[in-house]
Ligand binder design. Structure first.
Ligand code: G1P
Length: 301
């Protein structure tokens, strides 16, 4: 096998306009909606950093300036926190601040699909493998999903994807992979299909929005015709790449919340809040009381 090239950069596409969350997303990018007290996009950045990836490339669009600001320094805020003696908050903000020069932004000028958004990052990535994290998909577990992808990548090289098992009726919402031979950190992918019609899914392993891809994907995407939903689909590009390069899948040992849906977003908020040392107990009490009174209202109805 060729020497396995290091993954130094992660692409995070944040160009979608979040219509499912209107009116909240009229003026606020959907990636800035919060899970407890951190914006959704912060979880993807933390996960990439945790996996040892330093440089983040955001693919943005119009009206997404809040994301750029979020990853910039805030000297006025720091001085006012400092005057108020709020040292813990200062440390938290400082720890979150990316190193100077380690974040890049490029724009997707038209909403032509995920494959097109990834292709927009081609010049910033160059000729090297890269990670891709879809920020709507939020990992919850002892570690983020990308750390496991990196282990699988170091084992097998080439291209790797994160997967999880879904209920058969949910398969048509996602990209689905076929399961082949098992390796230490996952399995070989035998086929991939984007949003298969009911009963046509090759397995119940769905793509959970985490990828490590070789740069040859870019030239494929530049010729890629539109697929499902009349969009340039990343999965179609990966399928083409799989004709010449291997793909393996890493089943995530934690759980991914689909924060692109209202119910996934609310589940994520409750789950992350319950796991927090500072508010977990009080949230648990409140949620329990809410559920009990809701149940008795349903019974009485
Ligand atoms: C995209 C991918 C799909 C993947 C999903 C995860 O779909 O195309 O393969 O399973 O993300 O969220 P989208 O959510 O953009 O429809």
């Amino acid at each position: 096998m060729d020497r396995i090239r290091t993954v130094r950069k992660a692409v995070i596409p944040v160009a979608g306009n979040g219509t499912r969350f209107l009116p909240a997303t009229k003026a606020v990018p959907k990636e800035m909606l919060t899970i407890v007290d951190r914006p959704v996009v912060q979880y993807a950045v933390d996960e990439a950093h945790q996996a040892g990836i330093d440089h983040i490339v955001f693919v943005t669009s119009r009206n997404k300036q809040a994301i750029e600001d979020h990853f910039d320094d805030t000297p006025e805020l720091i001085s006012s926190l400092s005057r108020a003696g709020k040292t813990a908050q200062i440390s938290e903000l400082e720890a979150m601040l990316p190193k100077a020069g380690s974040v890049s932004f490029t724009r997707q000028q038209a909403p032509l699909g995920l494959g097109h958004a990834v292709w927009c990052a081609r010049d910033l990535i160059g000729d090297e493998p890269f990670a891709l994290l879809l920020p709507d998909m939020v990992s919850f577990g002892a570690r983020g999903c990308m750390a496991g992808l990196m282990e699988l990548y170091r084992e097998v090289g080439s291209n790797v994807v994160g997967v999880e098992q879904c209920a058969p009726e949910d398969a048509s919402k996602y990209g689905i992979v076929g399961k082949g031979e098992t390796v230490q950190h996952g399995f070989a992918v035998t086929e991939m299909v984007e949003k298969p019609a009911m009963g046509r899914a090759p397995s119940n392993y769905y793509l959970n929005g985490r990828y490590i891809l070789q740069p040859e994907i870019f030239s494929i995407l530049s010729h890629q015709s539109r697929g499902a939903g009349n969009e340039i689909q990343l999965t179609d590009g990966m399928l083409k790449l799989s004709e010449t390069q291997a793909f393996h899948a890493h089943p995530y040992e934690g759980r991914t919340f689909d924060c692109g849906s209202k119910h996934g977003f609310i589940e994520a908020n409750v789950t992350f809040a319950l796991a927090r040392a500072d508010i977990g107990d009080i949230v648990f009490q409140s949620v329990r009381e809410i559920m009990l009174s809701h149940e008795s209202r349903i019974r009485a109805a």
